[in-house]
Every structure is written in C-alpha cells, then in structure tokens.
Ligand binder design. Structure first.
Ligand code: ANZ
Ligand code: ZN
Length: 846
C-alpha cells in the first residue's frame, strides 16, 4: 500500500483535471439541470478562511449533484470594481486595474489549489469590458423602460473619500470606510426605480419556500410596507387664518388615523420643501435653520430610527386638524425624514414614543385619547363613563402604543383604536367622504441611488449635450471604456479627465460632455449569475435560451451580510429583465444558504488588525487541500459559525490516512467482475454489507439537507465497519470488497476530490474520474437485519429468547417460541399465543 502523499497527489490531479477540462459544463438537455453558485469574491487579496468555507460548501454540492446525474453549472468570477482597488492604488502607487488583476490571479491559483470544480471557461470579471459593456446595455434598456431617472437630492458626501455614500454606508454618523463625518450636498444623481417593484418584491417572498425565514424577514422589513392614510391639514397663522388659500394644505402620512384627536402638534422634516418660506424673515427663522443645519450631519437612517436625541424648533405657524378642528403648532423636528411618507407628521405624543419624548423635551401637551384595557376597566369600576372621561394631560413615562379604546375623540369615542382598528377605519372613511384624506400604502424601500463619483466602476453610458439634453450612448458605441491612465495618486478623478469626458453628442454631433459618474458596484453583482449562463455572448448579455436552461440558481451560498441589498437588487434585476422578455423566471435564487463565520480558536472574528487570521495556506501546505476541505465540512453544519480548531484539522488528516489504507486493503482483495452473493457472506461480512446501505442512505439524505458534517460521520462509521471486517481475519470477499471500496471513494469524492481520484485510479484501477462516476445506489430494505431476537413468555412470565426472521409470521413466531419454551410447557396445553411482531410471544397455557 503506497503512503498517502497529499502534496504529490494534489499536484498530479490538478494537472489532469486541467488537461481533460473535466469541469466544463456538458449541457445535456436530457438531464435535469442544477445551478450551484457561490457569491463571487471581491478580489482584495488572497482568499481567506471564509472564502475557503464558502467555496468548499458549494463545491461539495456541485460535485455531488454531478455524480447524481445532474447537468451542473458551477461557475466563478470576481466582483472586481470598487473603492478598495482605488485606495490600494493610491497607497501603493499603482493602477487600480493592475492591483485588481494581480489579486484575481492569486485568488484563482488558490481556488485551483483547493480543487474547486469551476468551469473556468465561464470566468466573469466585472471590470472587464466584455462584462461591463452589458451592464451598460442593461442600464440603457432600463432607461428606455423608465426605470432610470435623475434627481437632485441631498447626498451624504464624504470629504475624505470624495464620494457620495449610500445611507447604509453611513454608520453612526461616520463614513463606513474612513470614519470621517459626511456632509450633505445637493447633487444630480442617477437612480434605479426599484420602488416600481416594491410590491412584487414583497409578495414574491412567498414563492420562496427554500429561503431561510430570517432572510425573508429581513427583506420584508427592508421593503417595509405600511398601510395607512394621508390626511390633509390646513396651514394657518396664530389667529387661525388660513395662510395661502388652497396651497396652504399640508398632508401627512399616518398609520394611526384613529389618533387624530390626540394630535397636539405637527412636525416637518428639516428638508421639507417650503419650510424656509414658512419662516423666512420671521423671528423663528434662526432657530429653525439651526435645526436644518444640524440635521445635515446625521444620516437619514439613524434619524428615522428615532433613538438619537431629538431636536426641534417652533416655526410660528399652525395647522388645523381636519377632523377635530383643533389648531396645533407646527415644529421642525430632526427625527422626521423627508423621504418617507410626505415628510410631515401629525404628532400624537400619547401614542407614539418619539412624539412623546419630543413633547416632554419641549413641553408640548400630551392629551390621552386612548385607554388601554386595564385603564378602561379601572375607569368603569370607578363608575365613570368613557363619554364623560376628561383629562388634559398624562402622568405616564412612555407613550401607550398598544391597542385600546378611544376616548375624548368626538363621535369615535368608545371605538377600538390601534393599527388597522375599527376607529381607524371609521375616521379614514369620514376623511375620504370629506375629501380631506385617503387610503395610502407606503414603502420604506427607496429608489436605488447608483451614482458614484469614483473612477473604478462601470461608467454610466450617458452624454450631456447643451442642445439635446442627456442622451444615451448609442448601443453600437458600447462599452464606454474606462481610461486606464488616471493618476489616482495625484487625486485625479474621471470628472477631471478631459480625454474621457470630451465627446460629441450622438444626436446633434456638437461637442458634448460624457457623464463621469460610475455605477454602484452592486449593479455589477446584480446580474453576473445570468452572464455565467452564456458568458461569451457578443450580441446580448445572455441569450434567453441559456437563461431559461439554467435559471434559477438552485443553490446560492454566501454570507449573511448580503441577505438584504445584494439579494434584493438581484431580485429587482431579474424581474426587470423578465419584463423586458429576456428570461422567464420571476426569482433568481431558490435556495440561498447563509454560511456561518469562521472564527479563531477563541471564538473571535478573524481580522488582520487582530492578527488572528488563519490563512488557508497554513493548512494546505502541511496537510493538503483535501484535509482542509474535510475539516471545514466536518467541524460544523454550513449555516453555523465555527471556531477554527487545529485539532480537528489534524483529526481530519488522520482519518484520510486511515481510510486510505482501508480502501487500498479492500481494493487489493477486490474482484470487480463478481457480484455480491449474500448467501455466501459470513456474519461479519453481512454486517458490513448492511452498513454500506445504511451509510449511503444517510449520506445521500444529508447531502440533500446540506448537512455535510453528519454525512461525514456516517462515512466514518462505514470506514469503521470496513476496518472491523478486515480485522476479523477472514478471507475478504472479492465482490463485497470491491463494492465497499468503491462506496467509500464515491461518497468521499465531493468532499476530498484529490484523495478520491487517486484511489479511484490507482487502487480501483479506473481510467475515469470519480467526479464523473455515479453516486452509489442504496436500498433501505438491505439495511434490515435478517433475524431478530424475541422474548418468549409463558403466562406472562419471561422464560426464554428465540431468533426469528425479521418479517416472521405469527405462526413462525409461535413455532420458534414453543421450540425454546419446552420445560415450561410440559404437561400443559397451549390455549393461545399472543404475538408482538419483532418483540415477543406470550404463550397462554392451561
Ligand atoms: C400619527 C401616529 C400616531 C403615528 C401614533 C404613529 C403612532 P410606519 O408604521 O413605519 O409606516 N411618520 C410618517 N412619516 C414620517 C416621516 N417622514 N418621518 C418620521 N416619521 C414619520 O410609520 C408610520 C408612522 O410614522 C406614521 O404614523 C407617522 O406617525 C410616522 F400613535 O402618525 B404616525
Ligand atoms: Zn446634442
């Protein structure tokens, strides 16, 4: 038996796989398809443990699917545009492209070293013109369909990174990358109209039974559908005189119209259009504008959370409540955001915690208009009627947000109040009748701001012409190529690169200026899985045939950090492309799997700054890639975090060596031409035979459930059973040895492919690859033991034991019982036998 030399074996098979191009998709339309995908990496350097885990999980799935007879698509690529490349280029005084390509090469080498079964002919790099060209093409098709627009809007501008930050890139008021404080700036920005799909993006979550519940919940929360109503208030001065006729109407969005009688003040967002006009030249202007300035420093996301200290100022104006007729003061408040609802809020401090805190801080009235059930019971007990209930303020320390009974609410008093309540329905019906309100559904989801003022991204294919406006770059001129000679180190940007922006208008031919914004890199990752279906298409981003053949992605493996935006944007792209007739599916991913994190031995996240990173090479070099793969899959189920464990790695390596010897021993005794003859098997051999059926069944089921750790445990049991068989010292049965050696190699093949191919070839003598062999068959009936031991009772007393065939009839059981119960039956007559199949026989005698 040759020694297990991982380094030599792995080098050998990497070359062979390459030479025979084994992982090329073979596209057999008669086979069912399986699309296994791992989220493609950002090439920031070499792969880390998280990547290794991600791809090992996907690779085991892809390889096993192939063995089970699927036509498998298992591609890889790089999400290659993005800010880190620019930052690195500045730091190391190189080009962003050079840095990116170097990292991609390094990552590819590691992937190859790990034995991942990618069809490299389908490699996609988003920074390559033959990919981003089609990103531009899709952008233009979206534009044609009204899914692209420009809007001047306040953006978070990071003065250090010199770029606009998306709301989610501002954390705790700081730039997520550099930590400096962003400012607000007004810029014309490009947007994707993802909100057109808000309802469908929400509804279709129900079509995704294979998605983890928590991911669906995160998506639903992000989309944030709210049913409520718009209510019109009338703007007036301190005397109640309307301010500017009909235009003096201010509308709010509320989910709690039932609380209209509790509205004691009224709020506008600092960015509310027309706010300045309301206060210009008045004594209130100064304080109001101070709030407006202060709000620019905080991200809208955090303001809307309502957890920060609230700031506000009185505007000197009032509004009239359309239902109660009450006149209440208008304030500006920084916890009101401009881009939700109407940017104006009817404040109900008794029912809304944020309003409650604001009222306490600025000493505004809090009038109770809703009683919780216990308060109502107490009121009734005291003999007071809710019709005469009167209170001008409360002594609570927080708002009462729950459902209850309306009080001090005119004709609505006594009705149930709360979200979607009887009171809410009644008030909205009356508002609709009076024309002062209407039903409204709001979404939290905002349109997708895709403009980035960065160099290393996909150029937005538009041209600004003084005469013709903003026009798309004609399709036959795509792609707009990114220049490669920008001096980033000297701070040069696309907007300063005349060579890039100087162009002519495609409509009138006059000199014009090219758009210098690039697209958010999330646009690149929103459709790469479609390009993989048809990576060399030069006419289209992908053909409909190819997309219909492969989509949806059956298994999508990646980190939970992408559970919201990346999945949502990809779902949006899929739906938009579907509506353009480019493919048939509604949803891109049927079974996303969010893998857990790989932490260090002490349970800490690995990071360069902590110096606790375990690089994949530290395992591959001493032990080989197979040990690494086995350890990764064995330590924990894919969705769980795990702490890196060097002992588990050593243990995985020991197992590989042991199983290696056992397979060789069996293979040396094997007779490939014989069939297993059960009648000829000894009891130890029979035990192994049953064990192999059990293991294959368990393993198959565990692969389906993606629980590789328990599949590996089952394989270990089979190896133990084989070892027991060998150690029993009998002459090994040739057919059984062949069967079990093949089994062990086959079920290990998706996990430890080098090890498996070496044994497949050298020990078992095949010319083919284990990867293209078929997954072993099993028959659960074969796992059943032939005989069972049953208890024999006479008149309910335990007397003896007997062996019977597992599926013995009651007659057979009785016969066996009588045969062993001899002396307790002497001189007696059997009246009847009570049989419990597989367990016992009770002989009733007299
Ligand atoms: C009166 C009220 C009374 C409200 C009450 C709540 C409770 P969801 O459910 O998330 O959709 N709101 C509306 N527009 C806002 C904005 N631009 N900025 C901050 N807050 C805003 O939230 C809807 C509620 O959020 C609305 O219902 C409104 O306050 C507030 F007991 O109106 B409510
Ligand atoms: Zn023009």
């Amino acid at each position: 038996i040759p020694a297990y030399d991982a380094a030599a074996i792995e080098t050998k098979w990497i070359e062979a796989w390459d030479r025979d191009n084994v992982f090329a998709v073979d596209t057999d339309p008669n086979k069912p398809k399986k699309y296994v995908l791992e989220m493609f990496p950002y090439p920031s350097g070499d792969l880390h443990m998280g990547h290794a885990r991600n791809y090992t999980i996907g690779d085991a799935m892809a390889r096993q699917a192939r063995m089970r007879g699927f036509d498998v698509l298992h591609p890889i690529g790089f999400d290659a545009f993005g800010l880190p490349a620019e930052n690195a280029a500045i730091k190391h005084n190189t080009q962003a492209g050079a840095w990116t390509y170097k990292n991609m090469d390094q990552a590819l080498a590691t992937m190859k070293r790990m034995g991942f079964s990618y069809d490299m002919d389908r490699l996609v790099k988003t920074c390559s013109p033959d990919y981003y060209r089609w990103g531009q093409w899709i952008f233009e098709k979206m534009w044609e369909r009204g899914l692209v627009y420009r809007k001047k809007s306040p953006v978070n501008w990071c003065p250090t990174c010199k770029t606009v930050l998306a709301n989610e890139q501002v954390t705790e008021g700081k730039c997520w990358r550099c930590g400096s404080e962003p400012e607000k700036r007004d810029l014309e920005q490009w947007y994707f109209k993802i909100t057109d799909y808000a309802q469908e993006l929400l509804d279709d979550l129900e079509k995704l039974p294979g998605w983890p519940e928590r991911v669906k919940q995160m998506q639903a929360n992000w989309i944030g559908r709210s049913e409520g109503a718009e209510v019109d208030f009338t703007l007036c001065d301190a005397d109640g005189e309307p301010i500017c006729g009909d235009e003096g109407k201010i509308t709010v969005f509320t989910t709690r119209a039932d609380t209209l009688f509790g509205c004691t003040f009224f709020l506008l967002a600092p960015e509310y259009e027309g706010l300045h006009d309301l206060v210009a030249g008045t004594e209130y202007e100064h304080d109001v504008m101070a709030i407006v300035e202060g709000a620019k420093k905080i991200s809208a996301v955090e303001r809307a959370q309502g957890t920060l200290e609230k700031h506000g100022a009185f505007t000197g104006r009032y509004v009239v409540n359309p239902v109660s007729g009450a006149k209440v003061p208008v304030w500006v408040a920084d916890y009101v955001v401009a881009d939700y609802g109407t940017g104006a809020v009817m404040a109900v401090p008794c029912g809304d915690q944020r309003d409650f805190e604001f009222a306490r801080k600025y000493d505004l009235p809090i009038v109770p208009i809703i009683l919780m059930d216990d308060e109502l019971a107490a009121l009734e007990e005291s003999g007071e009627s809710i019709d005469t209930y009167h209170a001008e303020t409360v002594d609570w320390d927080c708002a009462h947000a729950a459902e209850g009974t309306l009080v001090q609410s005119g004709k609505y008093t006594g009705m149930r109040g709360g979200k979607h309540s009887e009171g809410e329905a009644a008030i909205v019906a009356d508002l609709e009748a009076a024309g002062t309100g209407r039903r409204k559904v709001e979404f939290r989801l905002r349109d997708w701001l895709i403009s980035r003022q960065r160099y290393w991204g996909n150029p937005i294919p538009a041209i600004h012409c003084e005469h013709c406006g903003i026009v798309p770059v004609p399709e036959d001129q795509l792609p707009v190529m990114l220049p490669d000679n920008l001096d980033l180190g000297a701070g040069e940007t696309l907007a300063e690169c005349a060579e890039f922006y100087e162009t002519t208008c495609p409509v009138c031919g006059r000199p014009a200026r090219r758009e210098t914004d690039t697209m958010d890199t999330f646009t690149c990752s929103s459709w790469y899985y479609l390009r993989y279906c048809d990576p060399h298409n030069e006419e289209l981003p992908f053909s409909k045939d190819a997309a219909d053949r492969w989509m949806p992605v059956d298994n999508y493996i990646g980190g939970i950090e992408h559970a919201i935006l990346h999945l949502l944007y990809s779902r949006f792209f899929t739906k938009a492309l579907r509506d353009m007739g480019m493919l048939d599916v509604d949803e891109p991913f049927t079974n996303p799997l969010c893998q857990g994190m790989v932490k260090d031995e002490n349970g800490e996240t690995m990071s360069k700054s902590k110096g606790n990173v375990v690089p994949p090479s530290s395992v591959i070099e001493p032990y080989g890639a197979d040990t690494m793969r086995l350890a990764i899959l064995f330590i924990a189920p894919p969705e769980k975090d795990f702490d890196w464990d060097p002992d588990a790695v050593a243990g995985a390596n020991r197992f590989l060596k042991r199983a290696w010897r056992i397979v060789w021993t069996l293979a040396n005794a094997a007779d490939a031409s014989a069939k297993v003859d059960k009648g000829a098997l000894s009891p130890v051999a029979m035990k192994l035979y049953r064990e192999r059926h059990r293991t294959i069944a368990k393993c198959t089921e565990d692969f389906d459930r993606q629980q590789f750790n328990t599949a590996i445990s089952a394989i270990m049991e089979l190896v133990n059973a084989a070892s027991a068989y060998i150690n029993a010292g009998e002459e090994l049965d040739g057919a059984l040895s062949q069967l079990v050696a093949t089994d062990i190699v086959s079920v290990m093949a998706p996990i430890c492919p080098f090890w498996a191919d070496e044994l497949w070839h050298a020990a078992l003598g095949h010319d083919s690859y284990a990867y293209t062999a078929s997954w072993p068959e099993f028959d659960l009936a074969e796992t059943v033991e032939d005989e069972v031991e049953i208890a024999v009772q006479v008149l309910g007393k335990m007397r003896a034991h007997a062996m019977v065939p597992t599926n013995a009839t009651t007659e057979q059981m009785q016969e066996a019982a009588v045969a062993v119960a001899g002396k307790w039956l002497e001189g007696k007559q059997i009246v009847k036998a009570i049989c419990v199949p597989g367990k016992l026989v009770n002989l009733v005698v007299k």
